[in-house]
Design a protein around this ligand. Sequence first.
Ligand code: ADP
Length: 760
Amino acid sequence: MSLPEPEREAEAAAAIGFDLSECVREPIHRLGMIQSHGTLLAVEADTGTVDTAALNTAGLLGIAAEELVGGPVTRVLSPEHWAEALEVGAQHDGASLVLPVSVDVAGAPRMFDVTVHRQGPLLVLECESRAVAAPHFAHFYQGVRLALTRLRSATTAAECCQAAAREIRALTGFDRVVAYRFDGENGPGEVVAEVVTEGREPWLGLWFPASDIPPQARRLYRDNWIRAIADVDDISVGLHPPLRADSGLPLDLSNSVLRTVSGFHLEYLRNIGVKSSMSVSVLREGELWGLIACHGYTALTVPPELRAACEFFGVAFSLQLAVIEEREQAEALTASRRRLERIISRVTSDLEDSLLAGDDVFRALLDADGAVLCRGGRGTSSGMRVPPALLEALQRRAAGPVPGTVWSTDRLAEEPDIPGDGTEGGPAGVLMVTLSRSGDFLAWFRRARPTARRWAADPSRPVQAGPRGERLTPRGSGAVFRAVVRGQCLPWTPTDRATAQELWRTLTGVVLRHEAELAALNEQLRITNSDLDSFAHVAAHDLKEPLRGISNAAAFVIEDAAAELDATTVRRLHTMRRLAGRMDDLLDSLLHYARLGRGGLHRTRVPLGRVLDSALEVAGERLTEAHVRVIGHDLPEVYADEDRLYEVLVNLLVNAAKYAGGQDDRTVEVLVDTLRPPSGGPPRQTVVVRDNGIGIPPGQQHEVFELFRRLHGPGERGGGTGVGLAIVKRIIERHGGELWLDSEPGRGSTFFFTLGQEGG
Ligand code: ADP
């Protein structure tokens, strides 16, 4: 998209902000000047000696500054008033308090409102004449109380600001009262509420560039609730002495109510046609949230009592706003919690799958364009593409802080340690929550959203030549500049952050729970297995003895009394012996099977060819008898317990002999291939034993691996106890491998097995 030239410039400037270096550097709290409608004395608190005095004391207090400095403050204040001021200063360190004081000026009493604050070892007294008819705080208090009541009925932050602007205007009578909200600590300000006299150009919705309020001014706004300028054309009054002997600097006027503001600011106000102004800070958790700024088109002195009332209102307003914002956040949190619950309800120990597969609820949770779960250096993502270099940078950032730390930015491009990949449409902002100190994290990404802003000044031309050199451009001239802010995503809200953390907390819980459940299950299984093994072992062992007794007894009877017995009885006795023998075989198999569950595996890398050779030493004869040819393909090394593997091959080969087909060319092949096991996962080294024997009917292919399960009766096809394949299966499982088969009746059976992972 191409923009017209001025807009492009405006956009560039709006995105980066601009630097009025001179203005930014000005030490505005050490200008050493006050407004002339009042005067100032700085008095050593310990001795009561005047340290510094404003140069207009002669006119207001009747004694010249030069005469006052070095002398006792009691030349001006009565000892009672001084004692009172000391008491106030001691109690309210940092804050200012107003005392009504009467001073004898040239023989006549004159009333002053003295604002007292402590500045290091000094007590600073700022005196403003008090009109005899001036209303007292009690009067203002009524107004403020009503104003606060009205404030309380506001339900949204915007309504609350609008009500505050209206009330401050009603209290003070300024021509324009606006509420600004700052976009970030040092960002530009937006006019979110306004009350203005008819005929004046409205500012509502306008943005003011960040540089309109330089950082050091923001610091003063944060530290003082209120400041007022009675007349922008006032001739400021200097101090005596102008510089302090100890520091070589003018007196620190940070907390002074009469302090002259920067020449830049005065000129700025003049440029917009403002003659007097006042601003009340709006703080949120100790940080500057915004300002209520008041402008008068004529000079207007706000008396100290009214200032105090406005200050009080400002504090109350800040609290009220916090309450509303918190409620708004709580509501947003409830909504996102509902979404969170949906996600959590389907979380399994496979986080990647349960968070990122399927629909986009996880991404939608934070209204993001993309999401990533990065664990063990591997990122799984959904939605927009995230450049690998960005993932790596985030991983570095995630390593270190405690798990559960949330970090976010809506301007990734401004992060020094994060490489931009320069592509349009990539992530402009990220919110991540760390999962481990080794750099695992969950992150959401948002695309850049071009935001159209109406600027009160052309943000591309902030500085203009004026009578005193480079000056701020006139504001409020009716010209509104539109500029689009780019490279920035929608800001992450406190709710977004809270939601991400909540998800982290729940996930930790879920994963831990899954792990605990798994551990408990494993333990249970281990106990059950070993119970079963020892039961089988003991039973098999103990049964062998009486069985041998039965068999022997039958043998004796046959031997000793054969002549006296009839043929049927003899045949039955023989059957009895044969059955006892068979039962003995079964018990042997069972004993062997049970023993397999005990003892560890001794796994090494073994050449499969060698194992096949030794298996053939046992099975070879059976195979030869059955005319089955053995074909051993190129056999590599496998990682297994050699003795157990030998047993597997013996069983499979003997079966190939037992269940050989009727054709002439009978074969059993042994080979190794890389195959995907039926349970899924990546392809693995697989041993294959394939015969062309009688095959196994499809419906019975699962049964053959069960203990004592045979498809052929004893004696049929070489007999057997039905334990062979169960043993094979158990051995393979103990290796962490898988056993499966493929068979077609009449064509043959193929047995496949893997042997688990090396090091697994
Ligand atoms: P058995 O001692 O009966 O051989 P196995 O556990 O080794 O016991 O095998 C179980 C059953 O599976 C056998 O009875 C047989 O019916 C079938 N079977 C095993 N191997 C094969 C094979 N290679 N071909 C066809 N059937 C087989």
